[in-house]
Design a protein around this ligand. Structure first.
Ligand code: ADP
Ligand code: MG
Length: 377
């Protein structure tokens, strides 16, 4: 065969490249669902329903009442690097939408048995169009019509079928994967409150052998506390205090040097959200109720998360706070294009930010009986 007779460098065929890179964008069930919900939010939806069948193993469906997709966008919809949100590299420093690379749908097509859309714009409703996509992302057909109000429904069937090893893993760990997806959906359910945007009603169902159960529901309120209450119950709210911190963060010397800047620079970072009061008996040593955002974008900030936990644990060895924290900083001081799943964000001078936070946070935790966590340094 070829592999034995030659060791010359050749280009991998396009379909294989597509499958390889797609596997990095859509890593698991939670990133698949995340991409779909991000698209609904980007389309301005105020009502989003997510339906899992067999914990997502059979299918995932996301139904929204957003803008819908207009006819001229059908062909490019799931083609790689086709997006309606970004057209050049400079836009990346100011982009506010969740999507910006035009990779998600193309990747989902490459990694699933089938991806089908039904969509209607305001002028087309109550008549919608069914869009069938090929694995390559090309539009297969857009002939069928169905009744549909304004918005878009995406149905992804047989996620990871083209990657047999990952598919097996997914089937074996379906319940755990589903819980991870739910946790990320909780983070997204809070996005409209964190961003102080219009409220979004998010409903999640899981259907197993014909039985549909509700897995998550928010009431579309714009209040963070009210959303926390609908996600985890009113008892969880009692224990929370608002977080509103401002810190002036000095830019790391090393990064200034790299940029050839001599004088000292600072960035103002505002941190808003909710945090649980420190009090004996409130122990909860788990990371599934800690949500971090940068400019309203859910992300994992592992070092910052660690800092929050360390402060709490310095008072009580087994306590982790419930925390929702949005870091508002100039878009130019963070890089959102670090990892294919966009969960990692680089923040300039993160080390100094963490130091500032620890000091402030220590002050807050000390004043345990305080009802408000206002502070600034
Ligand atoms: P990106 O979000 O980075 O643009 P995607 O592959 O996720 O890339 O989506 C490609 C394009 O498809 C989007 O730019 C958007 O125009 C359109 N689209 C996807 N999902 C929806 C939706 N639910 N409602 C309206 N338009 C959508
Ligand atoms: Mg997207």
């Amino acid at each position: 065969s070829d592999a034995q007779t030659s060791d010359s460098i050749k280009a991998i065929d396009r379909a294989s490249v597509h499958r390889i890179t797609s596997g990095q964008v859509v890593i698991d069930l939670q990133t698949a669902v995340k991409e779909l919900v991000e698209n609904s939010l980007d389309a301005g939806a105020t009502n989003i329903e997510v339906r899992f069948k067999d914990h997502g193993v059979k299918s995932i469906e996301v139904i929204d009442n957003g803008s819908g997709i207009s006819k001229e966008n059908y062909e490019g919809l799931a083609l790689k690097h086709h997006t309606s949100k970004l057209s050049n590299f400079e836009d990346l420093t100011i982009v506010r939408s969740f999507g910006f690379r035009g990779e998600a749908l193309s990747s989902l097509c490459a990694l699933s048995e089938s991806v089908v859309f039904t969509t209607a714009t305001a002028s087309e409703a109550p008549m919608g169009t069914v869009l069938e996509l090929e694995r390559s992302g090309k539009l297969k057909s857009s002939d069928a019509k169905v009744a549909r109000q304004r918005g878009t429904t995406v149905t992804v069937t047989g996620l990871f079928a083209p990657l047999p090893v990952r598919r097996k893993e997914f089937e074996r760990n379906a319940k755990r994967e589903f819980l991870k997806a739910l946790n990320l959906l909780q983070a997204y359910a809070l996005v409209p409150c964190v961003q102080e945007n219009q409220g979004v009603r998010l409903t999640v169902f899981n259907q197993v052998s014909g039985w549909k159960t509700s897995a998550l529901q928010t009431d579309g309120s714009r209040s963070l506390k009210s959303s926390v209450s609908s996600l985890w119950g009113p008892k969880q709210v009692e224990n929370l205090v608002p977080l509103d911190l401002r810190c002036i963060v000095r830019t790391d010397k090393a990064s200034l040097k790299r940029q050839g800047i001599l004088e000292e620079q600072t960035t103002e970072v505002r941190v808003t959200g909710l945090i649980s009061k420190f009090s004996p008996g409130n122990g909860r040593a788990s990371a599934d109720r800690q949500f971090f955002y940068v400019n309203g974008r859910p992300c994992s900030l592992t070092k910052i998360q660690k800092a929050f936990n360390e402060v709490y644990r310095s008072f009580n060895t087994n306590q982790s706070p419930f925390v929702i924290a949005d870091f508002q900083l100039p878009t130019a001081s963070c890089d959102i294009n670090v990892s294919p799943d966009k969960r990692t964000i680089f923040i300039h001078s993160e080390g100094n930010l963490i130091l500032a936070l620890k000091v402030i946070h220590l002050l807050i935790v000390r004043r345990v009986s305080d009802s408000r966590a206002h502070n600034s340094i």
